[in-house]
Design a protein around this ligand. Structure first.
Ligand SMILES: Cc1ncc(COP(=O)(O)O)c(C=O)c1O
Length: 368
């Protein structure tokens, strides 16, 4: 039997940089710089440069970075933050943690990102922030969203947790809004060997306050200016991310190769394929195809040794945790349809052409 094709092959990635990571981790161990420290500080500089931003503050997760972004914009009880119902739930957790209410706006069927055409209708006097997501590595359409933010004097936070290095009209995402947040969860395009996240901004004031909030609301030890958190990045993660960041551009190009190959080979099948909008250069975090018989196709692929996954099976407005928002089936039909149809195929820099062809062959056999 031929080898299985895993949905994600992290061991292959680690093997490719193992020596560099070993050396970086050994250095951190020798220096005992476990919480923040010089490796994290260096990574912050490097990642800010990568995003073409003035500041980067490292966190222990993307969720923490998003939560602090909401705190920086003084979001709290009684406020509303507009976001997409079709994302990983951490996006809306950040809103809920502050006591504010997530207000969902349906997505656009082609990009599966928040539909800018529906945004303005959702704005009320309580709206405090607009928080769309660059889903699957593909930027949302920033210009119309920025125009609405400007008109209503509302700050924009980009959830870029899946979109390291994605470009909108030639410019890297991360500085279009007041704040952007990234995740370095291991399976992300830039992944730590554990949890990690970052907040990116051009504001020196946000940078300073974010550093305080991630360390118990304190900039001078044992003096606490406001209620804060233990959201520090570990030294080991800073060391690993510093190594991996050097490879990110090359890895993104490899993801692009995989995406283009799928596109070429899957054309003519009944699948709805992901497309880059004219304004976008996707980071191709995920390659998500769509079909009404998604569950059968997933079972077929798995039975044929092809790993795949569903991102995401239930949109946020229908999650049990948000029952108190009072939503029902049909409130956001485009997101609900996407949740029924989406299927993520294997995509990673190490995926070979032979593996891609096997994935495609298994898909074509399903439709025969
Ligand atoms: C869109 C989105 N937002 C937020 C997060 C949260 O990041 P983390 O898992 O690092 O807390 C993730 C990643 O899982 C994500 O994909």
């Amino acid at each position: 039997m031929t080898d299985k094709i895993p949905y994600l092959d992290l061991p292959a990635q680690i093997r490719s940089v193992r020596k560099e990571i070993d050396a970086a981790l050994a250095r951190t161990l020798d220096n005992c710089t476990f919480c923040l420290g010089p490796d994290v500080a260096q990574f912050e500089k490097d990642f800010a440069k990568f995003c073409d931003a003035k500041h980067c503050v490292a966190f222990n997760s993307g969720t923490s970075a998003l939560h602090v972004a909401m705190r920086l914009l003084n979001v709290g009880p009684g406020d509303e933050v507009i976001t997409t119902p079709f994302t990983f739930i951490a996006t809306s957790w950040a809103i809920s943690y502050t006591g504010a209410k997530p207000v969902f706006v349906d997505i656009d069927d082609a990009s599966m990102n928040l539909d800018p055409k529906l945004l303005e209708k959702a704005i009320t006097p309580r709206t405090k922030v607009i928080l769309p997501v660059h889903l699957y590595g593909h930027p949302f359409d920033l210009d119309p969203v920025l125009a609405i933010c400007k008109k209503h004097k509302l700050p924009l936070v980009e959830d870029a947790c899946q979109s390291h290095g994605a470009k909108y009209k030639g410019k890297t995402v991360g500085t279009f809004g007041e704040i952007s947040c990234f995740s370095f969860y291991p399976g992300k395009n830039l992944g730590a060997c554990g949890e990690g996240g970052a907040l990116v901004t051009n504001s020196a004031a946000f940078d300073k306050r974010a550093r305080g909030l991630r360390e118990h609301g304190s900039t001078v030890r044992y003096y606490h200016d406001e209620i804060g958190y233990n959201y520090r990045m570990e030294g080991f993660q800073g060391a690993v991310l510093g190594v991996k960041l050097k490879h990110l551009e090359k890895w993104t190009n490899e993801r692009r190769r995989v995406a283009h190959r799928y596109h070429e080979l899957l054309g003519g099948t009944p699948l709805q394929l992901p497309r880059e909008a004219g304004y976008a250069e996707s980071a191709w975090h995920l390659y998500v195809v769509r079909h009404p018989r998604r569950d059968e196709l997933k079972a077929h692929l798995e039975a044929n040794g092809v790993g795949c996954a569903v991102h995401y099976p239930i949109s946020l407005h229908l999650q049990k945790a948000y029952a108190d928002l009072g939503h029902k089936l049909g409130d956001f039909p485009v997101a609900e349809k996407a949740a029924r149809e989406c299927l993520s195929l294997p995509i990673y820099p190490e995926l070979t052409d032979a593996q891609i062809r096997r994935v495609v062959e298994a898909i074509k056999n399903f439709f025969k």
